[in-house]
Design a protein around this ligand. Sequence first.
Ligand code: ARG
Length: 597
Amino acid sequence: MASVTSLAASVHQRVADALSAALPEAGAADPLLRRSDRADFQANGMLALAKQLKGNPRELAAQVVAGIPAGESGAVIKEIEVSGPGFLNITVADEAIITTLAARAADDRLGVPYADGAGTTVIDYAQPNVAKEMHVGHLRSAVIGAAMVEILEFTGEKVIRRHHIGDWGTQFGMLIQYLIEHPHELDHKRGTDGESAEISGEEAASNLNRLYKASRALFDSDEEFKERARRRVVDLQAGDEETLAMWQRFVDESKIYFYSVFHKLDMDIRDPDIVGESGYNDMLEETCRLLEESGVAVRSEGALCVFFDDVKGPDGNPVPLIVKKSDGGYGYAATDLSAIRDRVHNLSADTLLYVVDVRQSLHFKMVFETARRAGWLDDKTRAVQLAFGTVLGKDGKPFKTRAGETVRLVDLLDEAVERATAVVRDKAEKVGLTEQEITENGAQVGIGAVKYADLSTSAVRDYKFDLDQMVSLNGDTSVYLQYAYARIQSIKRKAGEHRPAAHPELTLAPAERALGLHLDQFGEVLAEAAASFEPHRLAAYLYQLASHLTAFYEKCQVISADNPVEVVENRLFLVDLTGRTLHQGMALLGIRTPERL
Ligand code: ARG
């Protein structure tokens, strides 16, 4: 395993060295290098620098050029010239492109380095609520969170997953009381051996739905039941055994359902990582005591509150974060503050990442600030919300069924798979897919489409859930990327005895250079996506990669009797590395790449 210095980094280094040699008084000045259409790279740093030091930018640029060996055999830079008011246009040598890519190809990690100073990140994601249906918001958290887990782990970060499920709170009083009064409502059919028969996620969801509706109806209509339900909350919080046992049945039933959805999503969620709100129950009292003793929280109208200068309600009065209600109950905030203490002190995290709906941003802003005041977060330990926007329907309004109900996640996923299967089936005969392959690919394409649509726009933006667009073969979709990958595999199968091999001595066509330079950026894009918690940067990179590949196919025949063997091998090498990069990148996004499509 060896990490590879990218061409951009090599060029940057050479220009920066020449710049500080030409202008020692500027210190370590940034040449501001970026990819460019005119040449391979453009450096703009001379402009601002010359201005600052009252020099002539074109003269400075010329001095830099004079300090850089170019065009010699083995040199990374083939051409460097001054242009416009003092830019540098830089072209790298074909040989350097292929040599660098060959080093990437020789490495399992495609030459991607581990990040400097990797630490421990706790990611809070995929957090549905017990006894409730999952909705599209839970989908976003799960999909974005899972991608962040993979991306960060790939850069060498230690990642601890936490599924902060909603498994605690007053609504359980009502549910538990109802189940105690109707004890057979959650009984599962017994198998002949007396073992409880396994039930499907679908059945679990419908059991829970039924119970939820029935108990709610009773709660709203029967004052005496309401009172019994209230007392049940007290029993639950006091840890009464019978009450806890009933509560556990709701949690277990819900987990059957959650796991079925996560399975459908092709997502690896593990039981020990599910630490719901109930998991912090034992810490709540201490959290409040610490906040009160340190003066971070104060009593106000019987409640324990934290106030903020900049958080005011519509009437101009300060709106506090309530950590303990006047009736003694603890809420969402006390749980999150306790979770911070646990994650920082027991899990030794230095980054806490919360993949949660943007509509909870004020909550997290107040919770993080409270934790800072209490000394649980500081310069070395940060908390960040990766906030995501709302999922909208095709009409641009919040996503609802025609009857105006929230859309069930499972129905959506099933429909996506159905549509994708139809797309796959259309081409199946030509590719020679078996019925089983059609089903498998349909699932991988359908789930991939849903994930990719979520991951390819900046998370904080609302996005339209449009299945027609998602499974379209053209445009920025996962299907397009999956076809690009499958096409690569097909070319490799057709290559016969030809093997991919790098030939740095060859002169490259423009489309080969463009593809090669893009391939070389993989590590940098990953580092950016990891540092900014923006998986959409990786998605955009992969889409561009597939587009470069398409352009390359148009201009450059890979397997042709007219091509010298070295050209065939070198093109196969580029195609193969593109395939591996696509596969790796898609895997980080949680999307499969079928071999034949
Ligand atoms: N269960 C919550 C919901 O469905 C999301 C939990 C977010 N995480 C947290 N630590 N508060 O809205």
